[in-house]
Design a protein around this ligand. Structure first.
Ligand code: ZN
Length: 221
């Protein structure tokens, strides 16, 4: 399925999707909960565009894993090409803010990590990146640094603030662009706060950004 990034009110043209560059351990409390050291530079990995999935459609749990976990993350839509970019240039290239789930097959990821193998089987599978529509930067900027949260079946599971990021968004984009060219339609996932855990068939999800924007989803088995 060719995925197109959208805006919440269809107020701007849609973008064809590109790659998703993800940042690991950008929140200290999440690194601690998985017994991971605090990194000295951002940990980067990627999901292909085939991982993208509209957040509002049901999430299908892969049948070859036993522990599919939620990681709510701020998603940044790239609107301009960034190569070896400075921080201010990176800031100006942000075309939207949204929320995404970095779905992670934790049982498979742990096995791959122990073997020293790449993580893609655990994090880059089809549908592993449920993505909200985006909100224009001019609407989010007055709310920054904003809080975001994930509720499952009415109970809060993850809560974070962009103020808690080890590397702020524009610095992350500048850093990533030294290694991977960021193109319009690419997305950067900025890491997850503490509270990750397993999803179960039947779960109902509510994702909240800045107490202003809400997105819902559900899990099917
Ligand atoms: Zn993540």
């Amino acid at each position: 399925m060719q995925y197109y990034h959208r805006y919440i009110d269809n107020s701007r043209p849609i973008y064809p999707s590109g790659k998703v560059v993800c940042v690991g351990r950008n929140y200290v409390e999440h690194a601690k909960e998985l017994n991971n050291p605090i990194p000295s530079e951002p940990i980067l990995f990627m999901k292909p565009s085939s991982a993208l999935w509209p957040l509002e459609l049901p999430i299908q749990l892969p049948n070859y894993a036993n522990d599919c976990q939620h990681e709510i993350e701020i998603a940044i839509l790239i609107g301009k090409k960034l190569v070896n970019a400075k921080v201010d240039e990176s800031e100006a290239a942000i075309a939207g803010y949204g929320l995404a789930l970095d779905l992670t097959l934790r049982d498979i990821q742990l096995r791959l990590k122990q073997q020293g193998y790449p993580w893609e089987r655990a994090k880059a599978f089809d549908g592993s990146c449920p993505m909200s529509p985006f909100i224009m930067p001019e609407r989010i900027k007055p709310l920054l640094p904003c809080d975001f949260s994930l509720y499952i079946n009415g109970k809060i599971r993850q809560q974070g603030s962009m103020a808690q990021m080890l590397w702020p968004v524009a610095e992350l984009l500048a850093h990533i662009s030294q290694i991977f060219t960021l193109l319009p339609g690419d997305v950067v996932l900025t890491g997850t706060p503490a509270g990750v855990g397993p999803l179960q068939a039947g779960d109902r999800l509510l994702l909240n950004l800045a107490d202003r924007y809400e997105f819902t989803s559900q899990v099917i088995g």
